[in-house]
Write a protein that binds this ligand. Structure first.
Ligand code: RUB
Length: 309
């Protein structure tokens, strides 16, 4: 398989490309580049090759449905292709459209979410979500005066990226360790996090620890909002599929991978936040309740609900 496919899959697997929105666009973009460089084959060989390429990309990380949705959107017309030329231009056009819609969605979410921030707000965010940070940067650009607490997000410490980005945007930011979330919650009036996958029942799958942040927010009566493009809504959950939670190696938890004898390490990367803890999903279609997710998915997939697997 070509370098662009293997390299992109490797970058996603090793988290050099990370965050559900970015990795979806990177996976789709790899298929587009592969297609642009495709020479000398037949329609039959292209169909086989692009399916293999898609499988390699999809196997890179299992949890974010944005990647699955992006790849499936890009190859949606596969059964209709009649010539190689038609196939090549379909993948290119659909892939490009997916990426530009995803980028457009991010800027709409930034504007929608920024409206929710008022002067004096103290926000909390977990891990590193480009959607959540986009909102904060837009609010700052509009001149709003607020503070942000950001978790470290062990074991990868993506919180360092978050605080760096916020500080560079001149936003007042304080970093905390993950276990300080409950301690600071009395100072917080709104939580903004991102999403890897949202189920048809409105449950959120996001970075490990998100559900603890949500339950602490619930306990303190703090608004907990999820910032997400609707391509993180999972059509697979409409037909009863569960979401695979990625587990990664012990070396990410224990420095140098040196685990004391007889000690096991469990390193789940994401967790599930029940919809009862979530006030709203801030999306490119507007701000919606967890109960509205089903309607968006059902209307989008009503004709091919059984083909979502
Ligand atoms: C990142 C993470 C982010 C979501 C949303 O996890 O959980 O909150 O992916 O990000 P990881 P975005 O670092 O393991 O990929 O809003 O940028 O799509």
């Amino acid at each position: 398989m070509s370098d662009i496919i293997a390299d992109t899959a490797d970058e996603i697997r090793t988290m050099r490309i990370r965050g559900a929105g970015r990795l979806a666009r990177a996976g789709v973009n790899a298929l587009v580049c592969y297609t642009q460089r495709y020479t000398g084959g037949t329609l039959k060989s292209f169909k086989e090759d692009i399916s293999r390429a898609a499988d390699i990309i999809l196997a890179s990380r299992p949890t974010a449905v944005s990647l699955w949705n992006g790849i499936h959107e890009t190859l949606e017309e596969k059964d209709l292709w009649e010539t190689l030329e038609e196939a090549l231009s379909s993948v290119e056009d659909r892939g490009r459209t997916f990426c530009s819609m995803s980028e457009k969605a991010a800027s709409i979410i930034a504007e929608e979410g920024a409206k929710m921030i008022v002067d004096g707000d103290v926000l909390l965010t977990h891990c590193n979500s480009s959607a959540a940070l986009g909102i904060m940067k837009e609010a700052k650009r509009q001149g709003k005066d607020f503070k942000v607490y950001a978790t470290e997000s062990r074991p990868w410490r993506q919180g360092l990226i978050t605080v760096t980005e916020l500080a560079e945007a001149d936003i007042d930011v304080t970093m905390i360790v993950d276990s300080a979330v409950r301690t600071v919650m009395s100072r917080i009036n709104r939580v903004f996090v991102g999403a890897d996958t949202v189920t048809s029942a409105g449950m959120l799958i996001n970075k490990i620890g998100t559900s603890q942040v949500a339950s602490a927010a619930f306990e303190y009566g703090v608004q907990f909002d999820v910032c997400t493009e609707t391509f993180k809504f999972s059509p697979k959950t409409l037909v009863g599929e569960t979401v695979t939670i990625e587990e990664r190696g012990a070396d990410e938890v224990v420095t140098g991978g040196k685990v004391p004898a007889k000690v096991k390490v469990f390193n789940p990367v994401f967790d599930i936040t029940p919809s009862k803890y979530i006030n709203a999903y801030v999306t490119e279609l507007g701000v919606m309740s967890p109960g509205s997710v089903y309607g968006v998915l059902a209307s989008r997939h009503e004709n091919n609900i059984l083909r979502t697997r």
